[in-house]
Design a protein around this ligand. Structure first.
Ligand code: GRG
Length: 335
């Protein structure tokens, strides 16, 4: 049996080589400063801890392997999806005024707002350029379907981000609206990653749908767990500012459920600007009023949904077992 660690140790270095090669050989090579920004943000000139978890490319490569096809065929798609993810982080930091990304200055902090936008735009464009190189190893029809899938996903990401920012100004957001927002902002690219692997591996649409459903449930649980970390996580382990989401007025799952089910929490939030000390106390109220349990129950249910889809997917035993392990690891992650 191969563990997820063994898969990672084979697939991720190969993925990083493809990403590196693409960055060095694409249209960027004529723009030295832009190349520098890419390498900085993608962590290519740094140690692995600054590269991000690489979950999305790992999923694409593994899901392609799960169809019993050669996973190497899906490398351009894995690179392309990671570029879209990283582009969205560059723009997200600008929109959110985020100063630090993966433990170092965000791109816009280091190079300024305009170049932050420019680097993001270049990264978005290059994602589609690399995706088109799929056609060297798969049919033009599959390549076209892959481009369609990524373009559709980008639309969903934009919508999710729009809602996320919109919700900050709203007093009340329903659970359904929240679900729609995280489905766009986070789950769309994760389900695109899993479906992309099945598509490139040559599976028919009904099988691709099961891979999509697995990625969607995983992505939703992943974001809900992130929301839990944003209120009760340990800063030492996560690097995320504990209670920061309460101070910033984000409409994350604990906060939405708190507004609905904890009168003292809702009242305090209505009073306006929340200090760090108040946020610590409010996080404790949410625990006492049963909100933390509701959050854990909700993301546990989505994790179960991911396992159900994983069971229904046609997939090699080796990959299925490793995906089960990956799902478990992601939802108890400490990074
Ligand atoms: C794609 C056209 C287009 C627009 C993008 C800016 C934007 C619109 C979307 C931002 C969406 C966003 C920032 C979602 C958060 C997703 C998320 C969970 C990020 C963290 O993912 P990890 O934990 O990060 O995989 P690492 O650092 O490990 O790569």
């Amino acid at each position: 049996m191969k563990t997820i660690k063994e898969f990672q140790s084979i697939l991720i270095p190969e993925f990083t080589r493809s990403l590196d090669k693409f960055v060095d050989s694409s249209f960027l090579k004529n723009y030295i400063e832009l190349t520098e920004i890419y390498k900085y943000h993608l962590g290519l000139d740094d140690d692995w801890s600054k590269q991000g978890k690489r979950i999305r490319p790992l999923l694409t490569l593994m899901c392609c392997a799960g169809t019993d096809a050669k996973w190497q065929k899906s490398l351009p798609a894995a690179v392309s999806i990671e570029l879209i993810h990283n582009f969205s982080l560059i723009h997200d930091d600008i929109e959110d005024n985020g100063l630090i990304r993966r433990g170092k200055d965000a791109v816009w902090v280091k190079w300024g707002l305009s170049h932050g936008l420019n680097a993001g735009d270049a990264m978005f464009t290059s994602a589609f350029k690399v995706l088109l190189t799929l056609k060297d190893n798969v049919s033009e029809n599959i390549t076209l379907k892959a481009v369609e899938l990524l373009a559709e996903t980008c639309g969903q990401l934009t919508m999710g981000q729009f809602l996320d920012i919109d919700f900050e100004e709203r007093e009340f957001v329903s659970a359904d609206e929240y679900l729609q927002m995280i489905n766009g902002k986070t789950a769309a690219l994760i389900s695109c990653s899993t479906k992309m692997g099945a598509l490139i591996g040559g599976f028919p649409p009904e099988e691709q749908k099961k891979y999509h459903d697995f990625g969607k449930a995983l992505g939703i649980a992943f974001q809900m767990y992130d929301d839990w970390l944003g209120v009760w996580g340990d800063f030492k382990n996560t690097g995320k500012s504990t209670t920061g989401d309460i101070v910033e007025g984000k409409k994350t799952l604990p906060i939405i459920l708190g507004i609905k089910n904890s009168t003292r929490f809702a009242e305090k939030l209505k009073q306006g600007k929340i200090s760090q000390n108040s946020a610590i106390e409010m996080a404790q109220w949410l625990k006492e009023d049963g909100i933390e349990k509701l959050v854990i129950d909700t993301y546990t249910q989505w994790t179960e949904n991911a396992f159900i889809s994983l069971k229904e997917m046609k997939c090699t035993k080796l990959v299925r077992n490793a995906l089960i392990e990956l799902t478990n690891n992601l939802l108890i992650r400490k990074k």
